[in-house]
Design a protein around this ligand. Structure first.
Ligand code: DC
Length: 222
């Protein structure tokens, strides 16, 4: 039996994290966890329950008392399937707002670490290789041009919302600016992450490169 690794995949929206993480996890027989879905779930419930997104203690308490289950593409909060309703422009903004709150991040990061116990996981997000698993076995930072990321997001059937590419692009740029400039756990590539620009790369090539990194890690004695 080979060692079960932790694979961290970070990067901005539309860089290909979901597609690549899903394929790599399937290939390895690992669990795939989209940590962004946890921030979306908390943002969705705060909006539903009328908890102001700036009320850090209130949103933290809400996160603490919520059960969030991620099972591949299916996301549940307190047993309710919210997979589709969390991918709207309103929840894009709510997730970005709650992701700025340090106390909320503390709650979700602890759960993400618990999910990684024992390894055998591919987790995607913004701070997986920098904060959640600084000792991850493999760290990937995916990026792509702004235009390409907006194009992918506009075509993603999982996301509903603005229809013009220009609208999608401006919302995406705004969200990324927030994620990169916030005080806690901003988005950046870990010093030891492998940076892959996916702009003109076929998915299969990126998956192959990531699997190659995993393979070389598996054959390295630790
Ligand atoms: O990946 P996504 O677009 O579903 O993420 C939703 C929001 O949560 C986005 O603003 C980035 C933020 N996020 C984060 O701060 N840390 C993570 N590990 C994952 C997502």
């Amino acid at each position: 039996m080979s060692r079960k690794l932790i694979v961290a995949i970070d990067g901005p929206s539309g860089a290909g994290k979901g597609t690549i993480a899903r394929a790599v996890a399937a290939e390895l027989g690992y669990r795939h966890i989209d940590s962004g879905a946890m921030y979306r779930a908390v943002g969705w419930k705060a909006v539903r329950d009328g908890v102001p997104l700036s009320d850090e203690g209130g949103v933290r308490a809400l996160a603490e008392r919520s059960t969030i289950d991620i099972d591949g593409p299916v996301v549940r909060i307190d047993g309710v399937d919210i997979s589709r309703v969390i991918r709207t422009p309103a929840i894009d903004r709510a997730a970005t707002a709650v992701a700025r709150l340090p106390q909320v991040r503390d709650v979700l990061v602890a759960r993400q670490r618990a999910l990684g116990e024992g390894g055998g996981i591919v987790m995607e997000g913004r701070d997986i290789g920098t904060v959640v698993f600084p000792l991850a076995d493999v760290k990937i930072y995916l990026d792509a041009s702004e235009h390409e990321r907006a194009r992918r997001r506009a075509q993603d059937p999982a996301h509903t919302g603005p229809t013009t590419l220009a609208e999608v692009a401006s919302a995406l740029v705004e969200r990324d600016r927030n994620d990169r400039t916030r005080h806690v756990s901003p988005l950046y590539a870990a010093a030891d992450a492998q940076v892959i620009d996916t702009t003109d790369q076929p998915i299969a090539d990126v998956v192959r490169d990531v699997l190659g990194l995993v393979q070389s890690r598996l054959t390295t004695a630790r």
